[in-house]
Design a protein around this ligand. Sequence first.
Ligand code: 0L1
Ligand code: MG
Length: 262
Amino acid sequence: MAMHKKTIDQLAEHLENCQLHAKDTLKITDDHPDMDWKDAYDIQDEVLARKLRRGARVVGFKAGLTSHAKMKQMNVDSPVFGFLVDEFSVPEGGEVKISELIHPKVEAEICFITKHELRGPGCNIASVLAASDVVLPGIEVIDSRYRDFKFDLKSVVADNTSASRFVVGGQIADARSVDLRTLGVVFEINGEAVALGAGAAVLGHPAAAVAMLVNHLGERGQVLPAGSLVLSGGVTEAISVKAGDHVNLRIQHLGSVSLRFV
Ligand code: 0L1
Ligand code: MG
């Protein structure tokens, strides 16, 4: 169904208000069962447009649900894509206020910064590596606006794939100098290892998630600009957090990055 622009605007306003005021909602397909993928990404684009009108700056993009662990956890079978703006960014070792979120979870991610513009269709792992500058560790804080995480994928896309905060840091490495498939990942909460993984958990190679993002943008007539940060998706399942939790992500050869919930 091609939704009316007025409905798209209303749903974008509703979802963005839920994000800004940490209020949950029922999944939007309950009232709009015929919403299609284009409608869902159009709503996400309108959420972004609202932020840009208020002066936000796009700092990157994210691929989500790119590992089998995450797909199994959420009972879904395909990746989704979203945007990152400056208001989501947390400084390395910084604090995230639980009161500003609904039910946050953290994800361990291998992140890319691109050096050249990437354009789909036809983007693949090799084109991503050739256009990438560096890779580095990142923790994504996801916070679905849907009550009790009860949603379907189209509702998740409209809700900018649950994006809420992220931190990147650690020790950057040339994207071509490390084998991203075999990088070991240790995710710690309060000093205890809570999940382990390796880069290959993300679609066999984390650059494959970036290529899928680029091809998705290409279908919508968009490109991945040079200098973009891309979160390639959680290597392990997402972990719920509470006030007082200190989260640390260590990635082999890439150092560590952390944040604290207060
Ligand atoms: O970053 C992601 O893996 C997207 C997750 C979207 C669904 C969720 O809220 O778990
Ligand atoms: Mg993620």
